[in-house]
Design a protein around this ligand. Structure first.
Ligand code: CA
Length: 377
């Protein structure tokens, strides 16, 4: 079949897909292929995915396995991905360098884990008082964020893709009430990343403790408080058994994006249809994950409050206003020392301001209205 006829067949829908594939088969071997039309390639790929999550970690680890399953099915088995939990193949936080070097082909994590080697990366995960999931998706996918992210990662021989979002996280579990900034002074809290730096400006100390040791640390008073993710994961950690108050909102992580990163040389050599498949499946997972978080968090917040009588508390406006000021100081310290961060944060902030204005008259007004309805019912 001539290529002209192939297009004609597609346009008028006169050929079934198997016919198209058979029609192209055999004639294309050794010919230069236009990206996206080499679906007859018999070559198969066996990849390893290194992740920063414990094996089978709810939602985040499960999502990686779903991603691998979908890619294998859609590619008819041409691209198989074996998923490894953090520590199974390499330590969790070596995933970035492992994929960069090509020792594994693809990885899963959150971009703020790489802030030590690439400070600007964290703006593609979460920024305290920054964009929520909806806004961050909009910036990355529609507002120019992806171009910046790709440039940033290209220098590390990686191709980034969105791989989910936690939505707004919770503020954490506390054994004392936080009524003023003074209550944060001397507070020992598990709070990684930018949020931890902000907490330290407020006089607290941020302590890094692996997830597996958190329950005991909080129970024994090694720390006074901890943040984790949201109701679903927090319930599974059992924090409600040992902490008095559950605070909202998670100002420090208002919608943390998860990512996939693929070795760029390996990605560039893939047939065009498999490249597009990876991008499309990452989007499918992006939607799946946010939906899964929203669903499970709703179910488990209800359980925590109704069955476990957890006391919900909210940081007051004075506290949040001051933490926001400390956040701007923290961000300025990063961008003052790193021109790339400055450029990325400027783009992030420009979009955040516009999106914030729109959200304030759309989502925010709608939720205010909704809230009043909940209260009367
Ligand atoms: Ca968190």
């Amino acid at each position: 079949m001539k290529r002209k006829d192939f297009f004609k067949g597609l346009a008028f829908g006169t050929l079934s897909l198997p016919l198209i594939i058979r029609g192209l088969g055999g004639k294309t071997t050794g010919q230069k292929q236009e990206a996206g039309f080499n679906i007859n390639s018999g070559k198969t790929y066996q990849w390893n995915m290194v992740t920063t999550w414990p094996p089978n970690f709810p939602v985040l680890g499960e999502g990686c396995q779903l991603f691998a399953d979908w890619v294998e099915k859609l590619s008819g088995g041409r691209l198989k991905i074996k998923v490894y939990g953090g520590g199974e193949l390499v330590p969790a936080l070596e995933a970035f360098d492992t994929v960069r070097s090509g020792a594994a082909q693809i990885g899963s994590g959150a971009a703020y884990y790489w802030a030590g080697k690439l400070p600007a990366a964290q703006f593609f995960a979460s920024v305290p008082f920054g964009m929520n999931a909806q806004q961050l998706n909009a910036w990355v996918l529609g507002g120019g964020g992806m171009e910046l992210w790709e440039k940033l990662y290209a220098d590390f021989n990686l191709v980034p893709m969105l791989g989910g979002n936690t939505g707004v996280q919770m503020g954490g579990w506390f054994n004392r009430e936080i009524n003023s900034l003074d209550d944060l002074k001397g507070l020992k809290m598990r709070m990684p990343g930018l949020g931890g730096k902000v907490l330290e400006k407020a006089g607290g100390s941020s302590v890094l403790i692996p997830g597996g040791e958190l329950f005991t640390a909080l129970e024994r008073g090694v720390i006074d408080a901890t943040e984790w993710i949201g109701p679903y994961h927090d319930y599974k950690m059992g924090f409600y058994q040992i902490a008095d108050y559950y605070y909202a909102p998670g100002w420090h992580e208002p919608g943390t994006a998860l990512e996939f990163f693929v070795n760029k040389e390996i990605f560039d050599q893939l047939p065009g249809d498999l490249q597009q498949m990876l991008r499309s499946v990452s989007q499918q997972l992006n939607v799946w994950m946010l939906s899964e978080f929203e669903t499970q968090n709703a179910i488990f917040l209800d359980k925590l409050v109704q069955e476990e009588n957890v006391q919900l508390k909210f940081f007051n406006q004075d506290i949040l206003d001051q933490l926001r000021i400390y956040t701007r100081e923290t961000l300025a310290e990063i961008t003052d020392n790193d021109p790339i961060s400055k450029r990325v944060l400027e783009a992030y902030d420009a979009f955040r301001r516009k999106a914030g204005f729109w959200s304030s008259i759309s989502e925010e007004r709608y939720f205010q209205q909704l809230q009043q309805r909940y209260q009367v019912n």
